[in-house]
Design a protein around this ligand. Sequence first.
Ligand code: GDP
Ligand code: MG
Length: 162
Amino acid sequence: ISGIVAIVGRPNVGKSTIFNRIIGERKSIVEDTPGVTRDRIYGKAEWLTKEFRVIDTGGIQLADQPFREEINMQVEIAIDEADTILFVVNGKEGITNDDEYIARLLQRSQKKVILAVNKVDDFAQSDSIYEFYNLGLSDPIAVSGAHGIGIGDILDAIVNSF
Ligand code: GDP
Ligand code: MG
């Protein structure tokens, strides 16, 4: 195993969809209602001969926790367990206060962070990634978990981070 990557982000941004793409199986349950996913949490992946583990921290649900508690827990697990953190945001919605909050936690952690701007479903939407430079993290990578676009770029960034 060359490393461990943990996926963090607000509910419904597409963490489990990307997780499934990375592990290459439809093992995690993706649902349309935020917060109702009963996800598989751990997966194993291989890319360019490197094997690594993936954690979908959003799949670790606490009953009726306020959002900030949920995020604090996700990030704490990611920092404790992972070498690299894959932070997923929603390109259709732009930066939210919760994204800013998560970005600050991740900056403080000193971990390597890969920033995935999900739901960039076609080329016409690719400009939506630029505002995410304002989070002050690494260069945003456009991805569409639903359509499988940009997953190779994410995988490259993951294995290069180990
Ligand atoms: P999570 O809560 O962050 O794990 O998000 P999910 O992976 O469960 O996805 C939440 C919703 O967003 C589901 O309805 C997905 O089908 C949808 N979704 C995920 N990725 C994409 C994408 O790339 N484009 C679009 N348009 N929808 C997506
Ligand atoms: Mg999920």
